[in-house]
Ligand binder design. Structure first.
Ligand code: N01
Length: 530
């Protein structure tokens, strides 16, 4: 069997940086990737209108002077095609492809305690053996099916936004249904609304959507960015959310009602997605403060949507603002004023089944030419859950996590030595600009592997007491906020049967980085080495 120091699952932002970093440090690395190309999330989510809601300058690598010098972003917010071009550019410029096995899915990984190595099985080819096994398959990467009866009956095409075909899909003149109104549904619907003959949006929970203020970058913007990039990245690394904006110090009640309204209006009209969230410090910790911003967005919906009945259906009331990830969509609410757009509130009019011709609801059958499922992901644990991972004494990771994921620092899980997670449960990843979190994890893991090599250690495993304490801390921090009140993918509520537990670490990226660094400086406190 072929042997590597490190085998990595996934050739997205994490996998590509892992190759570069570990190769430079003298480790042999194999990345196994199910897709035919690099990109990870940005490979699979090729749906119309897919775009990142973190600015290009912050959603890019900061480790490579060559990449920074040679790559020019074209827009304030990067589109999916541009992000995919960027990652292909990185893979070519740094010559990473020879380390990637494409069109291959990792199916199993078995720990061999005697040799301190993992045997990694794939859906094609021979198994490979490695000392360290890194799950970099993405925190939000396993598409969640829509749980609707009779999907197979429908004669037209169906699509999932998280597994979109890599050939052009033309909806011109078609009657299209979209199920799901999270970020993907909002982006898809606003992208295809001009193309279709009729668009029907099936909504289970209304979202808070802010307009995307996107624009092409002016000539000279890249040079200006390069001039301050180092400082911008450094500020982001130590920030709460991996973006270079100060966390506010004022309470929403430190200002008058008029001033507060003006602050929200400015954020809504001029700024980036996170602007509304970053107006006052207590929006996610104080219900009354949150209600001020929630009511501001509700007011915008009433202002924009001309039919008051539709406006009310679109109005989120059952959870605080931003406790489910807010969406971005220029023209999202405006779209519902158009004659060919219809909103179906699934709480009033549930879907019974799909039929040959379309969708049958409690009010009758609706014919469609195509149906798009924008129903989200089995987030944070889904990617690990679909690999048969057997750790010490044959314990399966999915059995250990049956009651919810258990990790130390979101980086490792006790009983699974030399198995690392990138932006896994218990880390701040999904609540930050992901690339900053990914770089922090890759750097920490790389330092740890070098340290082990220098000391002659062959395996590392977290101590179970430290893991329990960390998960209790993750929960305690979450409980100090309004986040657990929403039925979000952060708590696994979107996947039937998934145990409810707040999974990301809410302490902020900067605080988390400091904790990880302190653990390393203390000789990897909380880990056992052999
Ligand atoms: O998924 P979601 P997403 N019947 O889970 C509904 C990132 N992202 O792909 O809210 C009917 O948010 C579900 O309803 P409910 C970002 O972190 C970023 O949109 O569960 N409806 C919801 O409306 C984001 O948060 C970007 O009641 C069903 C929707 O489907 C994450 O990815 C772009 C249903 C799913 O929304 C996931 O976003 C895209 C069912 N059986 C994604 N099952 C940007 O950077 C689910 N729903 C902009």
């Amino acid at each position: 069997m072929e042997r590597f120091d490190v085998v990595v699952v996934g050739a997205g932002f994490s996998g590509l940086y892992l190759i570069q970093k570990l190769r430079d440090l003298g480790f042999s690395v194999l990345v196994v990737e199910a897709a035919s190309g690099v990109g990870g999330t940005w490979y699979w989510n090729a749906y119309p209108g897919a775009r990142c809601d973190v600015e290009s300058f912050d959603y890019c690598y900061s480790f490579s002077p060559e990449i920074e010098a040679e790559w020019d972003w074209s827009e304030r917010y990067p589109s999916q095609p541009e992000l995919l071009r960027y990652l292909n550019f990185v893979a070519d410029r740094l010559n990473l492809r020879p380390h990637i096995r494409f069109d291959t899915r990792v199916t199993s990984a078995t720990w061999n305690a005697e040799d301190a190595c993992w045997t990694v099985g794939c859906d094609r080819g021979e198994p490979v053996v490695c000392r360290h096994f890194i799950l970099a398959g993405g925190a939000i990467s396993v598409p969640k099916p829509p749980e609707i009866d009779g999907i197979e009956n429908f004669l037209g095409p169906t699509y999932h936004t998280g597994n979109w075909p890599h050939v052009p899909v033309d909806f011109t003149g078609q009657r299209v249904a979209i199920i799901g109104t999270g970020s993907s549904g909002v982006q898809t619907s606003t992208a295809i609304v001009d193309q279709v003959a009729a668009l029907t949006i099936f909504q289970r929970t209304p979202n808070y959507t802010a307009p995307l203020i996107n624009y092409p970058l002016e000539p000279g913007a890249m040079d200006a960015f390069r001039g301050i990039a180092a400082a911008r990245h450094e500020k982001s690394r130590h920030s709460r959310q991996g973006i270079p904006y100060d966390f506010p110090t004022r309470s929403a009640f430190d200002v008058s009602d008029d001033e507060r309204e003006a602050v929200y209006s400015h954020a809504w009209e001029n700024s980036h997605l996170f602007a509304l969230r970053l107006t006052f410090r207590d929006l996610l910790t104080d219900e009354a403060a949150n209600e001020t911003v929630a009511e501001f967005v509700r007011g915008k919906i009433r202002e924009i949507v001309s039919d008051p009945v539709v406006a009310e259906k679109l109005t989120p009331r059952s959870y605080p603002f931003s406790t489910k990830r807010p969406c971005i969509g220029r023209g999202y609410y405006e779209m519902f004023n158009r004659d060919h757009v219809r909103l179906v509130d699934l709480n009033e009019t549930p879907i019974l089944r799909m039929t040959l011709a379309g969708i049958e609801t409690s009010e009758g059958e609706m014919p469609f030419d195509a149906v798009i499922f924008a129903t989200g992901f089995d987030a944070l644990t889904g990617a690990a859950g679909r690999i048969d991972i057997a750790g010490c004494d044959g314990q399966m990771l999915r059995s250990k996590w049956a009651g919810g994921p258990e990790t130390y620092l979101g980086l490792m899980s006790s009983g699974f030595p030399n198995l690392f997670l990138i932006t896994g449960p218990g880390s701040p990843g999904p609540l930050t600009a992901m690339v900053k979190s990914i770089e922090q994890h890759v750097d920490w893991i790389a330092d740890c592997l070098v340290w082990m090599r220098d000391k002659g250690f062959t395996s590392i495993d977290p101590v179970v007491e430290y893991e329990s304490a960390w998960m209790a801390h993750v929960q305690e921090v979450a409980d100090g906020t309004l986040y657990p009140r929403a039925n979000s993918w952060y708590v696994g509520a979107n996947v039937p049967g998934k145990p409810r537990r707040f999974m990301p670490y809410l302490g902020g990226l900067g605080v988390y980085r400091a904790k990880c660094d302190a653990v390393a400086q203390a000789g990897y406190e909380g880990f056992e080495f052999v």
